[in-house]
Write a protein that binds this ligand. Structure first.
Ligand code: NAD
Length: 495
C-alpha cells in the first residue's frame, strides 16, 4: 500500500456520475446534474446525475420487468450464487479504485477504505451468495389428507436508500440478501457519496447480473429518494439513515402502497465502565478507537461513556491521553487515522454541538476545534467532554462526529437508568470483571447489540439493528432474508 501514490491517482481520476438503469449508464431524463466536491480539500470531483421522479420511474420499471420475466429470480439458487461470487471477486479486484473513490467522496482514511470498506462489502455479497443454495423451506405438520408447504419467495422490487458514512457497506447490507433472494433493486446512494454505488452496479453487470436487476439512481433525498419511497411498484424500502428521515419512510409507505419499510436509524450508544473492571487502559483504548473510527460518523459510535465515579478521574485521564492519537490528517496519507467530515454542513453541525457542550457546562478535556482549515477541507479534532449530564443536548442527540460525552454514575441501578434513558437503542457496552453483573446488565440494556468487555467484534454472521427509535429492521446475518422475502403457505389436498 505504501508504494501507491494516492494523490497522483486522485489527480487522474475522472469518476462517472451518470445513473445506471437497465444495464446502461444514462444521463437524467431532464439532463440535470449536481456538482460533487471532495471533503478532503473541497476539490470538484465531477458532475453527478440529479435523479428525479422520471429517472426513478425508469429504474423501477426496468427492475419490475426484470423481476416479472424471472431473468434473475428464476435462476437456480446455485447459479445466482456463482454470479454473486463473481461480483464479490470483482469488488476485491477493484479494491484500490473503490477505496480511492470512497475516500475522495466522503473523507475517510484510505487505509480503512482499503482494509475495512472494500473487503467488508465483498464479504457481505459473497456470504449471502454462499448461503442462498443452503437454505431450505418448511413443511408444516398436517393430517394425512393435506400437505402444507411454507416457502419463501423473493418480494419483487426493493428500493435501497443509504447514507454516506459507509456508502459501499451500507449498500451491500441491502444488496447481499435482496439480490441473493432473487429480487431486483433500485439503489439511491446519498448525494454526499454517490460514486462507489455506481461502480458497484457496473461490476455487478460485468459479473453477469442481468440488466435491470440492479439499478442505481443518484440524487437528493427529497427528489430521487422521495420518488423511490413513494413509488407504487416498489415492494419494500431498505432504508439506512437518520431517524428524522426514517419517520418519513413510514409516511411515504402509508401514502402509497404500504410497502414494507425497514429502517436502520441513528444511535447514541452507551459504554458502561464499572469500578470492578481492572484493565481501564484497555477500556480507554477501545472506547477512543471505536468513537473516533470513521471520524465518529458511525451509527454505533459509543458516544455516551458512563463511568463509575470512583474510577472516573483515572479513566478520563486515560481517554484524554488517547484522543490526540487520532489527530486529523490527509485521508490520502496511508498513516492517517482520522479523516475529513463529509462536508461543510456536517462540520458546522459538529462544531455547533461542541459549542453546546461548552454552553451547558461540560469540561472539554481533549480537542474541540476545527483542524486543517488551510486545506479547504472539513476536519474536526477528536473531542472529549467530561462532566456531562444525560439530559444535556450533546448526551441526547446523535452528533455524528468525533465528540464523546463522559457521564459519571454512582451505582449499577443509576448506570442502567442513564444508559436506557435515550430515544435510541442501537448498541451498548458493559465493562465489568463480575460475571453476574456483566450478564445482568447486558440483559437489562435496551439495545440491539450489547458488547461485554469489548466493542470491536463485528461480523456479517450476526444481526445489526436497533431497539426503539434506532429502527425496526435487522441488516446482516440470515435474518436479513426475512426483509426481502415473502412467506407463502400452499395447502395441497391429498386424496
Ligand atoms: P439521512 O437520513 O440524511 O439520509 C440517508 C439517505 O436518505 C440519503 O440517501 C438521503 O439522500 C436520503 N433522504 C434524505 N431525505 C430524504 C427524503 N425526504 N426522502 C427520501 N430519502 C431521503 O442520513 P445521513 O446523514 O445520510 O446518514 C447518517 C445517519 O445514518 C445517522 O443518523 C446514522 O446513525 C444513520 N446510520 C444508521 C445505520 C444503522 O445501521 N442503524 C448505519 C449507518 C448510518
Amino acid at each position: 500500500m505504501s508504494t501507491i501514490d494516492w494523490a497522483a491517482r486522485a489527480a487522474d481520476l475522472r469518476p462517472d456520475g451518470r445513473a445506471l438503469i437497465d444495464g446502461r449508464r444514462v444521463e437524467a431524463a431532464d439532463g440535470q446534474t449536481f456538482a460533487k466536491h471532495s471533503p478532503i480539500d473541497n476539490r470538484l470531483l465531477g458532475a453527478v446525475v440529479r435523479g428525479q421522479a422520471a429517472d426513478i420511474d425508469a429504474a423501477v420499471r426496468a427492475a419490475r420487468t426484470a423481476f416479472d420475466d424471472r431473468r434473475w429470480a428464476g435462476k437456480a439458487p446455485a447459479v445466482r450464487k456463482k454470479i454473486l461470487q463473481r461480483f464479490s471477486e470483482k469488488i476485491l479486484a477493484a479494491k484500490e479504485e473503490l477505496a480511492l473513490l470512497e475516500t475522495l467522496d466522503m473523507g475517510k482514511p484510505i487505509q480503512y477504505a482499503l482494509s475495512v470498506d472494500v473487503p467488508s462489502t465483498a464479504r457481505c455479497i459473497a456470504w449471502y451468495a454462499e448461503a442462498v443454495d443452503k437454505i431450505y423451506d418448511e413443511i408444516a405438520p398436517t393430517p394425512d389428507s393435506a400437505l402444507a408447504l411454507i416457502t419463501r419467495e423473493a418480494m419483487g422490487v426493493i428500493g435501497a436508500i443509504v447514507p454516506w458514512n459507509y456508502p459501499m457497506i451500507m449498500a451491500a447490507w441491502k444488496l447481499g440478501p435482496a439480490l441473493a433472494a432473487g429480487n431486483s433493486v433500485v439503489l439511491k446512494p446519498s448525494e454526499k457519496s454517490p460514486y462507489t454505488a455506481l461502480r458497484l452496479a457496473e461490476l455487478a453487470i460485468e459479473a453477469g447480473i442481468p440488466p435491470g436487476v440492479f439499478n442505481v439512481v443518484p440524487g437528493f433525498g427529497h427528489e430521487a429518494g422521495e420518488a423511490l419511497a413513494l413509488h407504487m411498484e416498489v415492494d419494500a424500502i431498505g432504508f439506512t439513515g437518520s431517524t428524522r428521515v426514517g419517520r418519513r419512510m413510514l409516511d411515504y409507505a402509508g401514502r402509497s402502497n404500504l410497502k414494507r419499510v425497514y429502517n436502520e436509524l441513528g444511535g447514541k450508544s452507551a459504554f458502561l465502565v464499572f469500578d470492578d473492571f481492572k484493565d481501564l487502559g484497555r477500556a480507554a483504548r477501545t472506547v477512543a478507537g471505536s468513537m473516533f473510527f470513521n471520524q465518529g460518523e458511525s451509527c454505533n459510535a459509543p458516544s455516551r461513556v458512563l463511568v463509575h465515579e470512583s474510577v472516573a478521574e483515572e479513566f478520563v485521564g486515560l481517554i484524554a491521553a488517547e484522543a490526540p492519537k487520532y489527530a486529523p490528517g490527509d485521508p490520502l496519507n496511508p498513516a492517517t487515522e482520522l479523516g475529513a467530515l463529509v462536508d461543510e454542513t456536517q462540520m458546522k453541525t459538529v462544531l455547533g454541538y461542541i459549542d453546546a457542550g461548552h454552553a451547558d457546562g461540560g469540561r472539554c478535556v481533549a480537542g474541540g476545534q476545527r483542524a486543517r482549515a488551510e486545506t479547504g477541507g472539513f476536519y474536526v479534532e477528536p473531542t472529549v467532554f467530561d462532566g456531562i449530564r444525560n439530559d444535556m443536548k450533546i448526551a441526547r442527540e446523535e452528533i455524528f462526529g468525533p465528540v464523546m460525552s463522559i457521564i459519571r454514575f454512582k451505582d449499577e441501578a443509576e448506570a442502567l437508568q442513564l444508559a436506557n434513558s435515550s430515544s435510541y437503542g442501537l448498541q451498548a457496552s458493559v465493562w465489568s470483571d463480575n460475571i453476574n453483573r456483566a450478564h445482568r446488565v447486558a440483559r437489562a440494556l435496551r439495545a440491539g447489540t450489547v458488547h461485554v468487555n469489548q466493542y470491536d467484534e463485528d461480523d456479517i454472521t450476526v444481526p445489526f439493528g436497533g431497539y426503539k427509535q434506532s429502527g425496526n429492521g435487522r441488516d446482516k446475518s440470515l435474518h436479513a432474508f426475512d426483509k426481502y422475502t415473502e412467506l407463502k403457505t400452499t395447502w395441497i389436498r391429498i386424496d
